[in-house]
Write a protein that binds this ligand. Structure first.
Ligand SMILES: Nc1ncnc2c1ncn2[C@@H]1O[C@H](COP(=O)(O)OP(=O)(O)OP(=O)(O)O)[C@@H](O)[C@H]1O
Length: 572
C-alpha cells in the first residue's frame, strides 16, 4: 500500500505534485464545508424548538447580545438566514472544488498518457523489437483509465471521505466519546479484517485483468490490421473467439473486483444491525428503562448512519488501489525508462570518403547468444552505388538497420569518414539519409503528406514533393489518374494503392529531402519490369551525386550498380 502511494507520487510531474497538494487541501476544506452545512441547522432548530435556550446557552446569549436582537423571533429569523447562507456558501464551495478536482484528475490522465507515449517514442528502436505495439497502445490508451478510475479518483474520494469521517467523529466525540470510539472501532475493524482477507485476491485479479486487456487489444489489432490474411485464411472465427475469450475475462475480472469492493457494505450493515439489537438487549437487561436506552441507541444509529458511507467509500478506495496496482506498476516502470532525446540535427553528416562498418558483432535482444553478424566488415565508398545481396535471413536488413543507426552493435563501430557514429552525432548522420524500407508504411492522409512524411500539412514544400515523385516514377500516375492529384487520400496503410504504387510513394518519401545518402531495402521488389527499369534509370541518374546502398534478392535489380557485396551469415 505504502509503495503504491509512493509510486503514484513518483508518476506525477513536479507541477502536478504541487497541484495535488492544493487539491488535497481543497478536498479537506470541502469535507469541513459539508459538515458546517449540516451542523449550521442545529442552533436554528434548537431555538425554534425551545426559545428559552437562548438564555441557557452561552454562545447563543453572546450572539443575541452582540448583534443586539430585539426579540427571539428576530433572532430565529437571523439564525435561519445564517444557516441558509452557510449551506448555499458551502454548496458553492463544494461545486467549485468538485470542478477543480475533476479538471485536475482528468487532465492528469491526459498528462500521464501523453508523457507515456512521448517516453515510448523516445526509446531506442530495439525497445520496439521487445514490445508488441498492442501492449504499448493498451498502456497509453486503456491502462491509464484504470489508473484514473482505480487510483486517482479513489484517492481523492478517500481523502474527502476520510475528512468527512473525521469531522463526523469530532462531532460524535463531542456528544458521547465512548459511543463515537466504539462505533468507529467496530466499523474500522470490520472493514480492516475484510480488506486483509481480500487484498491478495484483488491484486491477482488486477494482474489478470491487465493481461486480458493486453490480449483483447492484440486480438482486435491483429484481426483488423491483417484483415486480408484473416479473410483469406478463414481466420475470422478464430480471431473472434480469441477476442471474445480475453474480452470476457477482462469484464469478469472487473466484475469480481467491483463485487469485492462493494459487498462489504452489506456485511458491515448486517453486523451493525445485529450489534444494535444485542446492545439494546444488554442495555435493557441492565437498566430496564426504555427512556434511557433509546437515546443511546439513537446516537449509535446516528453514528453508524453518518460513518458507514464514508467508511465504505474509503474501503472501496483501498480495494481499487489494490486492484489497480498492476496497472500502476507498468505505468510507473515505463515512465521511468531513460529517454533517448531526438534533437533534429541542424547539419547533416555527409560522407565525403566512405561509410564503414568495422568488426561488427550483432545479436538481437531476444536471442543474445545467436549472433546474426560476427566480425562483419563493410566499406561503402562515398558517392558510389552499392548493392547488397545474400540469402533470405543472411542479415541484409540487419546490416541496413546498423547503417541507419537504429540498431547498436554489441561490438564494432559504424563510422563516416573515420568519425564514429554515436549518440552525439547520430541525428546528424540520420539527417543525411533517405531510407526506403522493405514494408512501406502509408498513413491515412494525402499523397503529399505521405511523401513529405512528418511535415505538418501547411509546411509541405510542394515543389520538393513533385521533384521526388518524378524521380520515383509516380508523378504521372498521381496527376493523371487520381481524382484529387497530390491531395488524394491513400486509405488506411495505403489500402487504395497497389504494391508498386506504395513502394514508389515510399521511394519519393526517401527523396523528398534530397538526401546525400539513399538506403533502399528491396525497394524495387513489387515493381513491374517497365517501372523497375525506369526507376533504375532514375537511380542511375543520381549515381555519382549520392551514396546509394540497395539490398535485393534478385541480382538483376542490382545489375546497374557499381559494386555488389554478398553477405553470408556465418551462423546459419
Ligand atoms: N527482431 C528480431 N529478433 C530476433 N531475430 C531476428 C529479428 N529480426 C531478424 N532476426 C533474425 O536475424 C537474421 C537476419 O535477419 P534479416 O532480416 O537481417 O535477414 P535478411 O537477409 O534481410 O532476410 P530477407 O531477405 O528474408 O529479408 C534472421 O535469422 C532472422 O531470423
Amino acid at each position: 500500500m505504502k509503495s503504491d502511494l509512493k509510486k503514484i507520487w513518483a508518476v506525477l510531474a513536479a507541477r502536478e505534485k504541487r497541484q495535488a497538494i492544493g487539491m488535497i487541501i481543497l478536498v479537506i476544506l470541502m469535507a469541513f464545508a459539508e459538515t458546517i452545512g449540516v451542523v449550521s441547522i442545529m442552533p436554528f432548530l434548537s431555538v425554534l424548538a425551545r426559545p428559552d435556550i437562548v438564555q441557557d446557552n452561552a454562545v447563543l446569549t453572546w450572539l443575541y447580545n452582540r448583534f443586539a436582537f430585539n426579540s427571539n423571533q428576530e433572532f430565529i429569523t437571523a439564525l435561519g438566514i445564517a444557516s441558509i447562507v452557510l449551506v448555499v456558501g458551502s454548496s458553492a464551495f463544494k461545486t467549485i472544488t468538485l470542478h477543480l478536482v475533476n479538471r485536475f484528475t482528468f487532465l492528469l490522465r491526459h498528462s500521464i498518457s501523453a508523457r507515456l507515449l512521448s517516453g515510448y517514442l523516445h526509446q531506442p528502436y530495439e525497445f520496439f523489437l521487445r514490445y508488441n505495439p498492442s501492449e504499448l497502445s493498451r498502456n497509453v490508451l486503456s491502462e491509464i483509465d484504470q489508473l484514473h478510475n482505480g487510483l486517482i479518483k479513489p484517492i481523492s474520494q478517500l481523502i474527502a471521505q476520510g475528512a468527512v469521517a473525521l469531522a463526523m467523529m469530532l462531532l460524535l466525540l463531542f456528544y458521547n466519546p465512548w459511543i463515537a470510539i466504539s462505533a468507529a472501532l467496530m466499523i474500522g475493524l470490520l472493514y480492516g479484517a475484510i480488506y486483509v482477507l481480500v487484498r491478495k485476491r484483488l491484486g491477482n485479479t488486477g494482474q489478470a485483468r491487465q493481461n486480458a486487456n493486453g490480449e483483447r487489444f492484440q486480438a482486435c489489432n491483429e484481426a483488423l490490421g491483417g484483415i486480408k490474411d484473416v479473410k483469406i485464411t478463414h481466420a475470422v472465427e478464430a480471431y473472434q473467439q480469441k477476442f471474445n475469450q480475453s474480452s470476457r475475462d477482462f469484464s469478469r475480472h472487473q466484475a469480481n473486483a467491483e463485487t469485492l469492493s462493494q459487498s462489504p457494505l452489506y456485511m458491515v450493515e448486517t453486523a451493525g444491525y445485529t450489534g444494535l439489537i444485542i446492545l439494546a438487549l444488554i442495555l435493557m437487561k441492565q437498566s430496564n428503562d426504555i427512556g434511557q436506552v433509546l437515546p443511546v441507541l439513537g446516537l449509535y444509529g446516528f453514528a453508524a448512519y453518518r460513518l458507514l458511507p464514508s467508511a465504505q467509500i474509503m474501503y472501496r478506495g483501498f480495494a481499487q488501489l489494490k486492484f489497480s496496482s498492476a496497472a500502476l506498476d507498468t505505468i510507473h516502470q515505463h515512465l521511468s525508462l531513460p529517454r533517448q532525446e531526438n534533437h533534429p540535427a541542424s547539419t547533416a553528416l555527409i560522407p565525403q570518403q566512405e561509410i564503414r562498418l568495422q568488426g561488427i558483432r550483432f545479436a538481437y535482444p531476444s536471442a543474445p547468444d545467436k549472433a546474426v553478424l560476427q566480425d562483419f566488415e563493410l566499406v561503402i565508398p562515398a558517392n558510389t552505388s552499392v548493392g547488397i545481396i545474400g540469402k533470405s535471413g543472411a542479415g541484409k536488413s540487419t546490416v541496413m538497420d546498423l547503417l541507419l543507426g537504429l540498431l547498436e552493435p554489441q561490438a564494432g563501430t559504424l563510422s563516416v569518414d573515420g568519425q564514429v557514429i554515436d549518440s552525439s552525432n547520430i541525428q546528424n548522420w540520420q539527417a543525411a539519409i533517405g531510407y526506403v524500407p522493405q514494408h512501406i508504411y502509408l498513413a491515412d492522409t494525402s499523397i503529399a503528406e505521405n511523401i513529405a512524411f512528418g511535415v505538418p500539412a501547411g509546411q509541405i514544400d510542394m515543389q520538393a514533393v513533385e521533384r521526388a515523385a518524378r524521380a520515383a516514377q509516380i508523378h504521372e500516375f498521381i496527376v493523371n489518374e487520381l481524382p484529387d492529384g497530390y491531395q488524394s487520400k491513400v486509405g488506411d496503410r495505403g489500402i487504395r494503392m497497389s504494391g508498386g504504387q506504395r513502394q514508389r510513394i515510399g521511394i519519393a518519401r526517401a527523396l523528398y529531402r534530397d538526401p546525400p545518402v539513399l538506403l533502399m531495402d528491396e525497394a524495387t521488389s513489387a515493381l513491374d519490369n517497365d517501372t523497375e527499369a525506369a526507376l533504375n534509370q532514375a537511380v542511375n541518374a543520381l549515381a555519382g551525386q549520392k551514396t546509394i546502398v540497395i539490398i535485393a534478392h534478385r541480382e538483376k535489380t542490382l545489375s546497374q550498380l557499381e559494386s555488389i557485396i554478398t553477405i553470408f551469415n556465418k551462423c546459419i
